[in-house]
Design a protein around this ligand. Structure first.
Ligand code: MLZ
Length: 461
C-alpha cells in the first residue's frame, strides 16, 4: 500500500539544491521507519538503479553513488561520471526500484553503463570491480525493514479512539479511524453532524487517547451516555473490545516523582494550543488524574474554560516562569495587558505563585535538529496538510518550525520528538501529498477554505 513515487508531489530535489539547505537526517525522527538504522546510510554508498541514460528497449540498470542525502532522498551519480555532476538525479532511497549492489547479479538483470560515458572505459567489468571494492551499499533487507517499520503498529481502520475536539479543545470526542497512512490516522468524529468533520493526527500524538481515557483521568468528554457507561466497565475490568484502541497501544507516561505536583492557580509559560507560534502566560486551571493538567492561557477571550487545554505534567510544551526571558524568546502577555509585562509584578498583582521549576521536565534529548534544516511538517492548524518547512530556531528541545513561503505568524513551536515532523521524502514514501512552499506570487485567501480548526490564525486562515 505504500509504493513510493505514485503521488506526484512537490520536487524536493531541485528545491533543496537551489536553496543550498540541508535536510534534517532521518535519524532525527524517532517515530519514522528506518530511523534507527539511518546512521548507516551515508554519502559515498552505492546502489543499483535503473539506467535511464540508454537507448535499449529493455530496462537496464547501473550502479550509482550517493552524493548527498536529504531525509529519505539521495542525490545519485552513475558510476563512471567521475566529478561530472550534470547527470546527477534525486531519488527516494525507499523507492522499490533502488537496490543494493549485487541485486542485478542475483536476479539476472543487465548492468549497462550510461551511453554518455560508455566510451570512457573498455573494460567496464574491471572498472566496476575496482570502484566497488570496499564500498558500502544498502542492507539486503532494506525494503522489507521499511515495510515492517511502516506497519509496526496496531491501529486499524474502524478502531475507536478518544481525541481532542478540534472545535473546542477543552473537550475530548469519540472518533473512529477511517484510514491509517504512515502512522497518521484520519479520524471521523462519531457524533459528526456534517460530512468532513474529521481530524488527522499521528498515532503517537498527545491529542490521542485510548477508549476510556477521558473518564479515567477526569477529562471532559462529549459522548453518548451509552459510551460513558460502557467505558466505566471497560476501565474497571481492563477489558476492551477488539476495535477499541486500548491503553497498551499507547506509550507509557513519563514518571513524575512523588511530592512533585502542580496545583491549581500556579502560573507558568505554555505554548498556546490555538496559536502555536506563541508562548504565553498561563495558569494551571485544573489538575486531573495521572498528572494531566488543564492549562488556561491568561486573558484569553473564552472565560468559560472552553479553551483550556490538557497538557501532561511532563509535557515539553509547558515551561517555568522566566523560560522565554532566559532563552531570548518573546513571551505573549495576557490579552489586554498594559505596558511591559513583568512576571514579578504580575504574580504580585494576581496573588499567584509561579509553578516551581522542579516540577518541569528538563530532559533535553540529543535530537540533532539544527536551525536551517528542511523537513516535512504537519500544519497543526490544518492537520490534513503536510508542508515543506524549515527549522527556524532551536531552543533546547523546542523547535520553531517555519512553513516555507508563509509569514512567521504561521510558524509553530513543536517539541523535537513531535510525531508531526517528518524527514524530506516521507510523504513520497507514504504516497501522501506534500504541500510545496507558498509561492510569492500567490494571493493568500484566494480560495476560501472552510474553518477546519478551532484556531484563529491571527485572522489568516
Ligand atoms: N487556510 C489557510 C491555509 C494555510 C496553510 C498553511 N500551511 C503552512 C490560508 O490560506 O491561510
Amino acid at each position: 500500500n505504500s509504493k513510493a513515487g505514485t503521488v506526484r508531489s512537490f520536487d524536493w530535489g531541485s528545491y533543496i539544491i537551489g536553496s543550498h539547505a540541508e535536510g534534517a537526517p532521518v535519524s532525527c525522527f524517532k517515530h519514522v521507519p528506518m530511523s534507527d538504522c539511518w546512521d548507516n546510510i551515508t554519502v559515498g554508498m552505492k546502489v543499483e538503479v535503473q539506467n535511464v541514460d540508454c537507448d535499449l528497449p529493455n530496462t537496464v540498470y547501473w550502479i550509482a553513488t550517493v552524493m548527498k542525502l536529504a531525509g529519505y532522498k539521495a542525490l545519485l551519480r552513475y558510476e563512471g561520471f567521475g566529478n561530472e555532476g550534470f547527470k546527477d538525479f534525486w531519488i527516494n532511497l525507499c523507492h522499490k526500484e533502488v537496490h543494493p549492489v549485487g541485486w542485478c547479479a542475483t536476479s539476472g538483470k543487465p548492468l549497462v553503463p550510461p551511453k554518455t560515458i560508455q566510451h570512457k572505459y573498455t573494460d567496464w567489468k574491471d572498472y566496476l570491480v575496482r570502484r566497488l571494492t570496499g564500498s558500502r551499499t544498502l542492507p539486503s533487507n532494506f525494503y522489507t525493514k521499511l515495510q515492517e517499520g511502516i506497519n509496526d503498529h496496531q491501529f486499524r481502520k474502524n478502531m475507536h479512539v478518544e481525541v481532542v475536539n478540534r472545535m473546542c479543545v477543552s473537550a475530548m470526542r469519540v472518533a473512529t479511524v477511517d484510514e491509517v497512512i504512515g502512522g497518521r490516522l484520519r479520524l471521523r468524529y462519531d457524533d459528526a453532524k456534517e460530512e468532513g468533520d474529521e481530524f488527522w493526527c499521528h498515532m503517537r500524538s498527545a491529542l490521542l487517547h485510548p477508549v476510556g481515557w477521558s473518564q479515567q483521568v477526569g477529562h471532559k468528554l462529549q459522548c453518548t451516555s451509552e459510551y460513558r457507561s460502557q467505558c466505566l466497565s471497560k476501565i474497571t475490568m481492563q477489558k476492551y473490545d477488539t476495535m477499541d484502541a486500548n491503553p497498551t497501544m499507547f506509550p507509557g507516561l513519563k514518571h513524575v516523582p512523588d511530592g512533585f505536583k502542580f496545583q491549581i492557580g500556579m502560573k507558568l509559560e505554555a505554548i498556546d494550543p490555538l496559536n502555536l507560534s506563541a508562548v504565553c502566560v498561563a495558569t494551571v486551571m485544573k489538575v486531573l488524574k495521572d498528572n494531566y493538567l488543564m492549562i488556561g492561557i491568561d486573558g484569553s477571550i473564552a472565560q468559560n474554560g472552553s479553551d483550556w487545554f490538557c497538557y501532561h505534567a511532563t509535557s515539553p510544551c509547558i515551561f517555568p516562569v522566566g523560560f522565554c526571558e532566559v532563552n531570548g524568546l518573546e513571551l505573549t502577555p495576557p490579552r489586554g495587558h498594559k505596558g511591559a509585562f513583568k512576571w514579578f509584578d504580575y504574580l504580585k498583582q494576581t496573588r499567584c505563585i509561579a509553578a516551581p521549576v522542579k516540577l518541569f521536565d528538563k530532559e533535553i534529548p540529543k535530537h540533532g535538529f539544527k536551525s536551517g534544516m528542511k523537513l516535512e511538517a504537519v500544519d497543526l492548524m490544518e492537520p490534513r496538510l503536510i508542508c515543506v518547512a524549515t527549522i527556524a530556531k532551536v531552543v533546547g528541545r523546542l523547535l520553531r518550525v517555519h512553513f516555507d513561503g508563509w509569514e512567521s505568524e504561521y510558524d509553530q513551536w513543536v517539541d523535537c520528538e513531535s510525531p508531526d515532523l517528518y524527514p524530506i521524502g516521507w510523504c513520497e514514501v507514504m504516497t501522501y501529498p506534500v504541500e510545496g512552499p507558498r509561492l510569492k506570487t500567490e494571493v493568500p485567501n484566494a480560495t476560501p477554505v472552510p474553518p477546519s480548526s478551532a484556531k484563529k490564525r491571527k485572522g489568516k486562515t
